[in-house]
Design a binder for this molecule. Structure first.
Ligand SMILES: Cc1cc2nc3c(=O)[nH]c(=O)nc-3n(C[C@H](O)[C@H](O)[C@H](O)COP(=O)(O)O)c2cc1C
Length: 169
């Protein structure tokens, strides 16, 4: 698929087939994440890959949605602030880094026939407990992965004219 078609084809998949993901396919999606650019090339993140089989109860504490706990794989992307690049005025770019990493992952997954959905509205306390996240690390985003059982809907986006301007604000 060419790149624009891939972008149009990707959507938030919220229903998954029970089929497991071939480890080689999963590895390719993870490799795309690994190759993502990060500020000053610090790579201040860790991806926790969770095979959901048998872990539904714990996952339900994290984000109680059937499609979340039934996707064959979910990935928790964690930021490691002390390893990230910080601008002179104190602004940390760890969140930006992780967004790029996970976007690489999600687009690579789409190319491999996998569906994904970003999940931010999880229970942070439950995540820290279940996944044993160290204090200095921040669980930032989850992503489900699996073969879609639903279909793409209408892509609702603002027109470009509302989202950009030339030269000044
Ligand atoms: C940072 C981020 C966080 C999101 N968190 C959630 C979430 O917690 N639950 C959910 O169902 N969808 C979540 N989404 C999915 C968005 O709702 C979805 O991407 C958006 O509506 C556009 O639809 P599309 O992905 O199908 O193009 C999130 C997306 C992003 C980028």
């Amino acid at each position: 698929m060419d790149f624009m078609s891939l972008i149009k084809h990707r959507y938030s998949v919220r229903e998954y087939r029970p089929d497991s993901i071939d480890p080689m396919v999963l590895q390719q999606a993870l490799e795309a994440a690994r190759l993502a650019p990060t500020a000053a090339n610090r790579q201040p993140f860790r991806l926790i890959v969770i095979h959901t089989a048998g872990k539904q109860e714990e996952l339900n504490r994290i984000y109680a949605r059937d499609w979340f706990i039934n996707a064959p794989v979910v990935i928790c992307a964690c930021g490691i602030p002390e390893q990230g690049w910080v601008r002179a005025d104190g602004k940390s770019y760890v969140d930006v880094d992780i967004a790029i990493v996970m976007d690489h992952l999600s687009l690579a997954a789409a190319e491999l026939g996998l569906g994904t959905c970003w999940v931010a509205s999880f229970d942070v306390g439950a995540v820290r407990e279940v996944l044993k996240i160290p204090e200095k690390v921040e669980p930032l985003i989850f992503m489900t992965l699996g073969y879609p059982a639903d279909k793409i809907g209408e892509k609702e986006r603002k027109p470009l004219s509302e989202l950009m301007s030339y030269e000044i604000w």
